[in-house]
Structure formats: C-alpha cells, structure tokens
Design a protein around this ligand. Sequence first.
Ligand SMILES: NC(=O)c1ccc[n+]([C@@H]2O[C@H](COP(=O)([O-])OP(=O)(O)OC[C@H]3O[C@@H](n4cnc5c(N)ncnc54)[C@H](O)[C@@H]3O)[C@@H](O)[C@H]2O)c1
Ligand SMILES: [Zn+2]
Length: 235
Amino acid sequence: MQIPTTLLAQVDSSVGGKTGVNLRAGKNLVGAFYQPKLVLCDLETLKTLPEREFRAGLAEVIKYGIIYDAKLFTQIERDLPKILKRNEKVLAPIIARCCEIKADVVSQDETESGLRAILNFGHTIGHAIENSVGYGKFLHGEAISIGQVAAAKLSNRILKLPQHDVERIENLFRRAGLPPQIKLNSAQRQKLFSAMRLDKKVSGGEIKFVLAKKIGRVVWGQKVSPALIDEILSA
Ligand SMILES: NC(=O)c1ccc[n+]([C@@H]2O[C@H](COP(=O)([O-])OP(=O)(O)OC[C@H]3O[C@@H](n4cnc5c(N)ncnc54)[C@H](O)[C@@H]3O)[C@@H](O)[C@H]2O)c1
Ligand SMILES: [Zn+2]
C-alpha cells in the first residue's frame, strides 16, 4: 500500500508502480516495477507540506492538463488562487483527475515504449537540469517547470503550437510560483547537453521530445536538433 503525503506523490509517483532510489552516483539508479494493492491519498497530509514542495507538485498537475486534458488546464487557470490556498473542495477532484489520467495512460502502455512517453513532457530538459546544473538546487517540480516551458516554445517552432498557448503555459507556471526559465552561461549549457545525451531519448545526435500540438494534445518521439534547443534555452 502506498500512502503518499506530498502533492507530487499523490498525483504522480504513487500511481504506475515505478519505484526508484536515488544513489550518490545519480537519480533513480536502482528500482523496480511493483503495483501497489492500494493507494490512499489523504488530503489532510497536505496541510503541513512546505509551500515550496506544494508548488513543485503543481508542476505535475499542470502537466496533465497540457498532455491530456484541456479542460483541466483551463480549470487550473481559473481556480489557481483556491488551489494555492489548498482548498480541499477544489483540490480533491483535481488530484483524482490526475490519478485517473496517469492510470489511463499507464494501463494503455505498461512497457513504456509508446503512449506512456507523454508523461515525460518537460522531462527531457527537466531531468538534464536535475542531473547537471540544478543538482541539489531545483526540486523535481521546479526543473520540469523550466522543461515544460522550453518544450512549449519548441512546440511552437516545430508543431506550430499557437503563441497564445505558449504564453498561457508560461503564465500558469509563473502564477504557480514555479520557475519558467533558467539563465545559463555557455559552459553550463554544455553540461546540460551532456546530461541530455546521457539520457535514453537520443538518437543520431538528435534529442527526442514530447511536444504539444495544442493544450491537451501532445505527440512523442519528436526529434529536435541541439541547435534549436540551444536557441530556445539562450533566448
Ligand atoms: N516514480 C515516479 O513515477 C516519480 C514521479 C515523479 C517524481 N518522482 C520522484 O519523487 C521524488 C520527490 O518526491 P516528493 O515530491 O514526494 O518529495 P519527498 O518525498 O522528497 O518529500 C519532500 C519533503 O517534504 C517532506 N514532507 C513530505 N510530506 C510531508 C507532509 N505531508 N507534511 C510535511 N512535510 C512533508 C519530506 O520529509 C521532505 O523533506 C523526486 O526524486 C522525483 O524525481 C518519481
Ligand atoms: Zn516528473
């Protein structure tokens, strides 16, 4: 049984059966897939969660809106002040919806070869930040917030995601108190690229991304050239 006590764990890590342990050598290096018999999300626990941890969890909540549910995204835009106040009436159905989306995606693809990849929206750059320049500096949710805003900008260039939607995405992370970008010098950008290349989402020098066609609809396996990523990150 899992009894998640952070917002991030309630909407993400407790569903899907993926467990990982961070070692000194790096994140998630040892782990297993093991389905829990029961996941119990008690919203009472969120009352004592530190503000920064709560906001970091919202990065995954917003992600579900972008990848799967435009209505959820609009609802978060509308109800954000109540969400930030941790209003249970507003939060409960949102957390339930996030679990439902994750379960839906994972059950359609247990092997992690296809659809499940959409859960990695914002994580290509996000993980690279966590594993290089941001190690110990950014929480997971903060790193993927930067990653999702960058992925939205790449989506605009590659899949013509409307500029208006890029702005809605960037504004929502900002309003949630999450970082929308990271300032890097060229040495740090090099480090970031090395981290991205170590990741499994690379083929023939090009890095694979999950990109958005519109809010609520994404496609995976989109190859992006390092030059374009560099341009987006240095803008
Ligand atoms: N397996 C997956 O699918 C998956 C998905 C997303 C993230 N992750 C990983 O999960 C990790 C982050 O886990 P997390 O966000 O659940 O945080 P965490 O377990 O690291 O907890 C964050 C901090 O909050 C404290 N805390 C937890 N619950 C509290 C509560 N109710 N009241 C007061 N304090 C509380 C903890 O003691 C800790 O200091 C990252 O390493 C991330 O990469 C895994
Ligand atoms: Zn994540």
